[in-house]
Design a protein around this ligand. Sequence first.
Ligand SMILES: C[S@@+](CC[C@H](N)C(=O)[O-])C[C@H]1O[C@@H](n2cnc3c(N)ncnc32)[C@H](O)[C@@H]1O
Length: 387
Amino acid sequence: MDHSHEMAAAIAGTAMGMGAGKIAAASRTLSDSLSDGSPGRDGAGLPRTAYGGLGAADRHAAAVAYAVARMPATFAAARLALAETLRALGRLPEPRPAGVARILSGGFAALDAGAGTGASAWACEAAVGDVLGPIGGGPRPSYVCLERSAHMAAVGSAILGGGTPALRAAEWVGADFAAGPLGHRGDLVVASYVLNEVPRRLRARAALSLWEAASGALVLVEPGTPAGYGVLMEARAALLGVGARMAAPCPNGGACPIDAAAGGWCRFTRRVARGRLHLLAKAGEAPYEDERFAFVSFYRDGGTAGWDAGRAAPGGTTVAARVIRHPKVGKGCVWLKVCAADGIGEACVRRRDGEAYAAAKKCGSGDLIALPAQSISKWSRPSLPSM
Ligand SMILES: C[S@@+](CC[C@H](N)C(=O)[O-])C[C@H]1O[C@@H](n2cnc3c(N)ncnc32)[C@H](O)[C@@H]1O
C-alpha cells in the first residue's frame, strides 16, 4: 500500500461538504503561521499555535484546511524520519534494548504527540510497511494520538477512519503534553511540527516529557528552517544530557558539528504531489511542492548497547556518513559534503572506490552512505568531544 493516495482520499472525504472557497480561505489564514515554524503571538501574548488565532467557529474549517494544505507534506516528512529511525534501530547490534526490540517486531505502541490530524500516526503505519515489511501476517503497531485541540482531533479521527484497521482503532486523547508528564506511554513516541508551538521556556521540559513517555525511541520533526533546526538542537542537547542516544539522522552521537552560529543548519527535502484540493487550498499551480524539514531521533539503550546507531563499527575502514548537500558529479569522481562521527567532511569518491562510487553517484542530499575512510580529505571537527 502506498498510503499517500489512501490518505489523500481520506482527507478529501473529510473535506467533502465544506465549500471549496471556505477551504481556500481557511488555508490562507493558516499559511503565515504554518510556513516558517515561527507562529508568533496572539492578542493575549500567548504563543499562537496554528489554530490559536482563529475564532471558534472557524476552527473546524481551519483543521480541515490544515489537513488539505499541510498534512500530505508533514506526512511525507514524518514518514522519512520514521523510516530512517527504524533503519537506524535495525543497525543496532544484538541484544537490542527491550523497547527497541518491540519496535522492530512491528507489534509496538506508538504515541503521536501533538497529533493534529494524525499525519505522524499515518506516517508510522507507512514507515513500518516501508522498512519492516507489508501489512498482514505479523504483529502491527497500535496508536494513541494526543492532541489538545478538539477540532483537530475530530478531523484527524475522521481521516484515520479511512486508513488501515490499526489507524481506525487509534485512541484520541485530549491533553496538553507541555503541561507535565504525558499520562500515556509509547514504545515509539513521535512529535512532528509541534515543539515549535510550545513556548520557548517550556520546550526543553516538554522534550524531556516526550522522552520520559518513550520506552524505545523518540522522533522529533520540525520545519526545515534555521528556527526549526534550532528547536531540534535545543531538544537534542537536553535529551543527550539525560542519556538518550542518537538514532537518526546523525552519525555523530555527541555535539552537532554544524556551526549554527555561522548560519549552518541541516535539513531534508521530500517532493509531495499536489492533488486538486491541495492546489485549491494553496492557490498554486505547480503539481508538486518540496517539503523541507529537519528531524532528530533517539533511542533508549537500557544500559545495554552504548553505541550510536548511525556509526559504522569502530575501527573499520568505512565511515558511515550523512550527505548534507547536493552531490557534485565530476569526471570519475563524486564530491560529497558529509556529516559523520568525526565532524563535517568533504569526500571525493572515485571510480576505483567501486561500490561506494556507484552509491555516491546515486545518492542525494539526506542519504546515509558508507564511504572509504581515505576518500574523506577534510574534516572540521566538532568543538565538543563526541560521546
Ligand atoms: C502544526 S500542527 C502538527 C500536527 C501534526 N503533528 C503534523 O505533523 O501534521 C501542531 C499540532 O500540535 C498541537 N499542539 C500544540 N501544542 C500542543 C500541546 N502542548 N499539547 C498537545 N497538542 C499540542 C496543535 O493543537 C496542533 O494540532
